[in-house]
Design a protein around this ligand. Structure first.
Ligand SMILES: Cc1cc2nc3c(=O)[nH]c(=O)nc-3n(C[C@H](O)[C@H](O)[C@H](O)COP(=O)(O)OP(=O)(O)OC[C@H]3O[C@@H](n4cnc5c(N)ncnc54)[C@H](O)[C@@H]3O)c2cc1C
Length: 438
């Protein structure tokens, strides 16, 4: 046995993969482990289907519906080993990955660590704004949302109530648009009935975008359709506004204006999860610089795939988009190249096949830019979105249960997971001040 209870690789090269997201998962699936030992490390023991995080945040789905257990995904894969660990560093000289539980030797290293929210060094914003990148964050957001509404129902101070009932979403990309749409539907179909003593018409959802359009990576048609849909759904859209600060109660914008709100949801910026220890020349602006074989600059045996990697091409002069398909295709191409190398065959450069863009805005409301310049809006786009997302969910249980939850919600408008189960602030304070019984 090697460190961390890992079996020795028995003469095969050991590939260590950090990150079981879209990139890491697809890499491991496609790798031929007759030729390699593969060790997958992730801080969580599940894969997160991020495109549905907003559904968890707005009580449409429960967390297990969008997660797949990593060990279960690979239980029939030979010489596959999973360890639930957060990687703290890399020692490139010794070829070791460093964790709090010990270090692991690698022959080849694959970095598939994705991104995290970027608050551009603003600690106050980081402390008070709510990001939506992980399952714990989605649950925290849902908890905050319903607790804030409960508090609004308790207060008779109009200013406090207005602040509690104002929700700001920062960033007009796909996550901001999808979340704004879902919040509007929640207001219309659930909150109006659940909170009869609160005037839910006064609930404000404000989408703040620094640029002058929504869904900037989509076609102009999709961008315009998204705008029209959100306006119809009573989402306030503020363009050309940049948030400068937020202390948990007051948001201050770069133009000096302020807004009182108990909620700022952060969807404006991300940075790659770059791990300490590789050469300074290997990463720039929070991303690993890779060549078309996904090799990290300065290294022959270190690769990066997915959101954490930066690769330009003739078609993608500003780098490839940070979407699941890029990560999936990079993971698959890299595994095929390793399989080819093991058989002394030629490797192929990465070439992205763009399957288009989809964003859901609400019930029967979505936009789709498909290959061949085809643009869809409304029910057809919504239907394609639903089929694609169910198809890509991993695991039969997820697909079946998520599908049933959706159909149930679609027919009844009922959102079953809107309970505030975590302790309230008041309960936490009370428990902290209750003397222990002798
Ligand atoms: C709210 C939201 C909505 C989205 N919607 C869409 C959409 O509709 N369509 C689309 O195509 N894309 C969407 N995306 C983007 C898509 O999720 C990403 O492009 C994709 O997840 C990238 O895959 P990845 O493998 O690079 O990283 P990820 O899927 O983020 O996986 C990274 C993994 O690395 C692990 N990790 C990170 N650091 C460490 C460490 N130090 N030690 C151990 N483990 C570590 C993480 O736990 C995680 O499991 C969305 C993203 C978000 C956040």
């Amino acid at each position: 046995m090697d460190a961390l209870n890992l079996p020795a690789p028995q003469g095969k090269p050991r590939i260590v993969v950090i990150g079981g997201g879209f990139g890491g998962l697809n890499f491991v699936h496609a790798l031929d482990t007759r030729h390699y030992q593969v060790v997958l490390l992730d801080q969580y023991n599940y894969h997160t289907f991020a495109p549905l995080l907003y559904q968890v945040a707005t009580a449409g789905l429960d967390a297990p519906d969008i997660c797949g257990a990593l060990r279960k995904s690979f239980r029939s894969k030979k010489d596959f080993h999973f360890r639930m660990l957060r990687v703290r560093g890399i020692d490139d000289g010794a070829q070791e990955v460093l964790t709090e539980a010990g270090s692991i030797h690698y022959d080849q290293l694959v970095l598939a660590t994705g991104t995290r929210a970027n608050f551009f060094g603003n600690d106050k914003l980081a402390a008070h704004a709510l990001p939506l990148k992980t399952v714990p964050q989605a649950r925290q957001l849902r908890h905050h949302l319903f607790q804030t509404l409960e508090r609004a129902d308790l207060t008779d101070d109009p200013a406090e109530r207005s602040s509690l009932m104002t929700f700001v979403i920062v960033g007009g990309g796909p996550s901001g648009v999808e979340l704004a749409g879902a919040l509007s539907e929640l207001r219309r179909h659930v909150l109006q009935r659940d909170y009869p003593d609160t005037d839910t018409d006064h609930l404000r959802f404000i989408l703040v975008e620094g640029g002058d359009q929504l869904l900037a990576q989509f076609s102009d048609k999709s961008s315009d359709d998204a705008l029209r849909n959100l306006e119809e759904m009573n989402i306030e859209l503020w363009f050309g506004k940049l948030i400068a600060d937020y202390d948990g109660r007051t948001a201050t914008f770069k133009d000096g204006s302020t807004l009182h709100t108990h909620t700022v949801i952060w969807g404006a910026g991300v940075t790659g999860e770059v791990i300490e220890g590789l050469s300074d020349k290997s990463a720039e602006k929070g991303h690993y610089l890779i060549d078309d074989h996904m090799r990290v600059r300065e290294y022959q045996n270190v690769y990066a795939i997915g959101d954490v990697a930066y690769l330009t091409s003739d078609k993608w002069l500003q780098g490839h988009p940070g979407v699941a398909q890029v990560a999936i295709q990079m993971g698959q191409r890299l595994a095929k190249n390793f399989n080819a190398l093991a058989k002394n065959k030629e490797t192929q450069p990465f070439e992205y096949f763009d399957k288009g863009n989809l964003a859901i805005i609400g019930r029967n409301r979505a936009v789709a830019d498909l290959p061949g310049g085809i643009h869809l809006n409304g029910f057809p786009a919504w239907f394609i979105w639903a089929v694609v997302h169910i198809f890509y969910l991993i695991g039969f249980r997820n697909r079946l249960f998520t599908f049933l939850s959706w159909v149930g919600n679609y027919i009844t408008y009922n959102r079953s997971v809107r309970l505030v189960i975590e302790p309230t602030l008041e309960e936490e304070l009370r428990e902290a001040h209750t003397p222990a019984t002798p």
